[in-house]
Design a protein. Sequence first.
Length: 223
Amino acid sequence: MTKSKIFQHNTFTTLSGGFYEGTISLAEALKHGAAGIGTLDTANGEVTIWDGIAYHGDAQNHVRQVEADETLPYVALVDHQALKTFTDSSSQPSEEFLSNVVAQFPTENTAYTIVIKGHFKSMTISSKPANNTRPYAEILADQPYFTRENVAGTLVGIWAPEHLSDLFGAGFHLHFISDDKQFSAHTQSFITEDVTVEFGQIAQIEQEFPTDNTSFNQKKILT
């Protein structure tokens, strides 16, 4: 049985611990996969990578393609290999829906790649502002939220158990890109309408740190 893989440059905790400097270019990151999530230098906005193209959703709810030479302080690229695929045409809020997805995992001791495609009655996303210097929790507390009704698109990301939270964060970390490529950022909540769900079990992790970067080496990562 084919298992999913994940490549990470830095971790959820290095980002949430205050290291916001871009230390990998998009071009270099894309050598490791064609789908994933991240943020730009200074923890600017949200990056969603799908079909080998990276989209940046900013704090003004604008979406653009990321240039190859732009840098990221954190990015996770997944080699998504579906372990299970199913469709769901019910209308469910995201908390209930995602809880039902977790219930279908063969074990909660590993992480999973997640792809959910289709139509949503509503989708609420959030995006960090540019040029951040404050603690991560303060940034998230002030970030704007945006909602679109009756939207088609793709959720991509990961689910991780608590014991892997320092690497990935605990639970679901999903980004959304609409089919029209005009609505994209970190997923906060949604209501499903007609979707196809795929999850893959992550059996291999390639973890990279920018050990040649002086700022990274000297930074005290907060936990």
